[in-house]
Design a protein around this ligand. Structure first.
Ligand code: FPP
Length: 242
């Protein structure tokens, strides 16, 4: 969608996906424990929702905890889960105040029950909101999502409810965690790493990729405009020719 930002016209991505990387390094640079980096990251995440919405983004999907993040120390995992609990506490109220709809993707079945209950509650209470469509990936892995989708379809084939010949790309998309979201137009990864790290493997097929050295806790409106500027200058052909 074309949109004027600070007097300049840009093509703004409808769906922006983000890999929020660099919390640990942000804390280390300040000789602080890693957890303070995550805490600052969570604060910046809240502000980012407001920033990207005001810039014209409709769908915002962030990677908060991957299926691989369980390899971190028990202390860091417990810290992130506690941060998540705090974050979830009055999230429904905040969503409704800002007309924001909240969704979670990933395998939530292994998370603590109180966290799962709260996730469900926030999703239900914000389901009518048609402002920013905000999605948080928790215990998410692109390969794991494809595995779960494959199991679901295989079960249907086994029961005779689905014929293998009916498995189209569209049916696959409809059976992923992201079934209600359009594919991302732009992927942003912070902190200088240039990897996809098992994020939205299927959905990012035609996305533009923007990498920045800025650490996640230092992201702000100006940095998001830089990402949009980059996106706006791309020539998207989806495999076709001009
Ligand atoms: C990556 O930084 C960040 C994470 C794995 C956690 C992301 C969590 C947040 C941004 C806080 C928001 C959290 C919730 C629960 C909503 P890193 O630790 O990999 O940084 P490093 O690469 O510098 O070590």
């Amino acid at each position: 969608m074309q949109r004027e930002i600070d007097g300049v016209m840009y093509e703004v991505p409808t769906h922006m996906a983000v890999i929020m990387d660099g919390n640990g390094r942000w804390a280390k640079k300040r000789m602080m424990p890693r957890m303070l980096g995550h805490r600052q990251g969570a604060k910046v995440l809240e502000q980012s929702c407001e920033d990207v919405w005001n810039l014209g983004v409709k769908y915002f999907t962030v990677y908060a905890f991957s299926t691989e993040n369980w390899k971190r120390s028990q202390e860091e995992i417990a810290g992130i889960m506690d941060l998540l609990r705090t974050y979830l506490k009055d999230l429904a109220k905040k969503c409704n105040k800002n007309n924001m709809r909240m969704r979670f993707i990933g395998d939530r079945s292994v998370l603590d029950q109180d966290i799962q209950d709260k996730m469900r509650e926030v999703e239900e209470e914000s389901a009518q909101n048609d402002g920013l469509q905000f999605t948080v990936a928790l215990n998410y892995g692109g390969r794991d999502e494809l595995r779960r989708m494959t199991m679901k379809l295989a079960e249907q084939v086994k029961k005779g409810e689905l014929d293998a010949s009916e498995i189209t790309e569209e049916l696959i998309s409809r059976n992923l965690d992201t079934c209600e979201l359009p594919d991302p137009d732009l992927l942003v990864r912070t902190s200088g790493e240039e990897r996809i790290s098992n994020y939205l493997l299927w959905q990012l097929a035609y996305a533009e990729f923007y990498f920045t050295d800025v650490l996640w806790p230092d992201m702000n409106r100006k940095q998001f405009i830089e990402a949009i500027k980059y996106y706006s200058g791309r020539d998207r052909r989806y495999g076709g020719a001009k």
